[in-house]
Design a protein around this ligand. Structure first.
Ligand code: ATP
Length: 197
């Protein structure tokens, strides 16, 4: 099974592009952030996260995302400790999931990929880009948030200029019709490409 990472900064459109691979070409997509959220309320991770952050990390069965964010946002060590709980669990879950898929390749969609070395798990990586201003406007339209909050999240992600040389494919996602043409091309190339871990 070929594993293809698809990443991009906040608002770049990586989820939109990944969803298009799925709807147009039936490619299974693993949405890492959504799966991480689900795993964080599983009994095993819940125990570990409470040990790290305290019982206030949960509101009943739900993770208190605001509380967790407030704890780890400006504490790199605590964030690293949280990631050390969540990332291996997501990695394991993803591997199991990918083995159960019947497709020429699967997509692993993740906002953070090069930043945490996930590219080593991938045969190929697709990077979705768009100018920062466009991305900010998209997220302002999509979410209830502020420009300052988006920018502070952007600051935690690598700049496109650092990621572009590391990617196997780059989709500059401003005009969606152009992006769809790129997806068609990349899909053909991925079908023909060898396993490359
Ligand atoms: P995040 O990291 O915040 O989850 P993302 O990279 O997954 O973001 P999407 O959610 O796919 O980004 O896209 C952000 C918003 O921009 C969505 O509302 C989506 O519909 C819109 N969008 C995506 N691509 C385009 C495009 N080419 N033209 C216009 N709007 C787009």
């Amino acid at each position: 099974m070929k594993i293809v990472g698809i990443t991009g900064g906040i608002g770049s459109g990586k989820s939109t592009i990944a969803a298009y691979f799925n709807s147009e070409y039936n490619i299974p997509v693993y949405y890492s952030d959504a799966e991480a959220k689900k795993l964080m309320v599983s009994p095993d991770l819940r125990t570990q996260i409470i040990d790290l952050l305290g019982v206030a990390a949960y509101n009943g069965n739900d993770l208190d995302r605001k509380f967790v964010a407030s704890k780890v946002f400006n504490d790199a060590q605590l964030l690293e400790a949280l990631n050390a709980i969540v990332h291996p669990a997501v990695g394991e879950h993803f591997i199991k999931w990918s083995r159960s898929q019947d497709a020429p390749y699967v997509l692993k969609e993740a906002a953070i990929l090069f930043e945490n070395n996930t590219e080593t798990l991938c045969d190929y990586v697709i990077l979705v880009t768009a100018p920062e201003e466009v991305r900010i406007n998209r997220v302002l339209e999509r979410d209830q948030t502020t420009e300052a909050e988006i920018k502070s999240r952007m600051d935690k992600q690598w700049k496109d200029s650092k990621k572009i040389p590391l990617a196997d494919f780059v989709i500059e996602n401003t005009d969606l019709e152009f992006s769809k043409k790129m997806v068609s091309k990349i899909h053909s190339q991925l079908l023909a490409a060898p396993i490359n871990t």
